[in-house]
Design a protein around this ligand. Structure first.
Ligand code: FAQ
Length: 313
């Protein structure tokens, strides 16, 4: 039985599937877990600009370059909504970025893999954005209002990103034999990290049970992984590309695709800092942050001089 009236009120909101807003009382653990997840999500969007940003200057046509620039800008926008959502919980964006730089907050494992060819940009759109929206659509019903509302817009943009990745890979897959081979090679390299990015298996997920009880997460990591595979397996057939999983096949009895065991040991290694690009991603973010110090100082000086305009903006 809950004796604290605040806690009873909080629990009643959760039980009736209503949103918790920043002004509402919430348990410390709920606040901490949201800050952890939203900050990690925001950092992922910002660090996630690097692998694709690597190809902006080398996109094969003006049209592809314009599309890629818009996508990478969208990712910056997602990071900003998410830092704002985290700030409603009483933390400061600068503080979260410091924690990222100190390695005390994470970002998604997936962005520690290199983008070796142009086809990787298509594979990221198709597979990484595909896994991201599978995870994020349920977050539109997250119990914390600002996070749920940010996710609505993010998901609309992310769905568009996934389609552009599919379209780009389709063009390559149906192009010359060399282009087809490049698309297949990208899928070979991005498939498993995308299956793994949905998190550790349920038996090893430390936060799932509590986050689901609080309505932060609506589905477990393994449930979302199954949904993701069920979505992309038939899309691979249309693309004319073969996922690197010999165990991938439709299971009539289950009404789902069966698939092989992801390499969760690799996920653990990458999450703990030992992926192919962890050091490079962190160093690049730190350098960009330092180089941008004058922009933040100028914006703060402008805001101090023009408080009325800045408050309205
Ligand atoms: N990478 O107990 P759980 C995107 C950590 S956005 C790194 O299962 P939870 C858009 C986890 O934090 C992609 N760490 O944790 C885009 C925890 O460590 P902690 C990001 C991971 O929170 C596309 C520990 O392992 N999306 O891609 C990973 O219940 C293209 C135990 O795990 C989000 O962040 C991982 N893959 O479930 C941008 C969505 N998996 O914190 C550019 C929001 C687990 O105790 C280009 N986040 N860990 O130190 C979530 O839904 C959840 O946080 C999960 C993990 C599902 C990621």
């Amino acid at each position: 039985m809950i004796s604290d009236p605040h806690e009873a009120e909080f629990q009643a909101l959760i039980d009736s599937d209503q949103r918790i807003e920043p002004r509402d009382w919430m348990p410390d653990g709920y606040r901490r877990s949201l800050i952890r997840q939203i900050a990690q999500h925001a950092h992922s969007e910002i660090i996630g600009m690097q692998p694709e940003g690597n190809w902006i200057t080398r996109a094969p046509s003006l049209r592809r370059k314009a599309i890629l620039m818009a996508k990478v800008q969208d990712e910056a926008g997602h990071g900003l909504y998410l830092y704002c959502a985290a700030e409603t919980l009483g933390v400061d964006r600068a503080e979260l970025i410091d924690l990222l730089h100190q390695g005390r907050q994470k970002y998604s494992s997936i962005f520690n893999y290199p983008t070796l060819t142009w086809a990787d940009v298509g594979a990221i759109g198709w597979l990484v954005d595909g896994a991201a929206i599978t995870n994020q659509i349920p977050l539109c019903r997250c119990s914390f209002g600002p996070y749920a509302r940010a996710m609505v817009r993010v998901c609309k943009e992310e769905s568009f990103h996934q389609r552009q990745g599919f379209e780009s890979l389709y063009a390559l897959s149906h192009g010359t034999p060399e282009q087809h081979e490049m698309a297949q090679d990208a899928v070979n390299r991005w498939w498993w990290p995308s299956v793994e990015m949905l998190g550790p298996p349920d038996t090893e997920s430390t936060h799932s049970a509590q986050s689901m009880a609080w309505g932060i997460k609506r589905f477990s990591n393994d449930e979302l992984r199954q949904r993701f595979v069920d979505m992309v397996a038939p899309q691979a057939v249309v693309l004319g590309l073969t996922p690197p999983d010999p165990e991938l096949r439709w299971n009539e009895d289950r009404g789902h695709y069966d698939f092989g065991e992801p390499d969760f040991e690799e996920l653990r290694r990458v999450v703990s800092g030992d992926g192919p690009c962890n050091r490079q991603r962190a160093a690049h973010h730190l350098a960009a942050h330092d180089e941008g110090a004058w922009v933040r100082a100028a914006a703060a000086a402008y805001a101090a001089k023009h408080p009325a305009t800045s408050a309205a903006a």
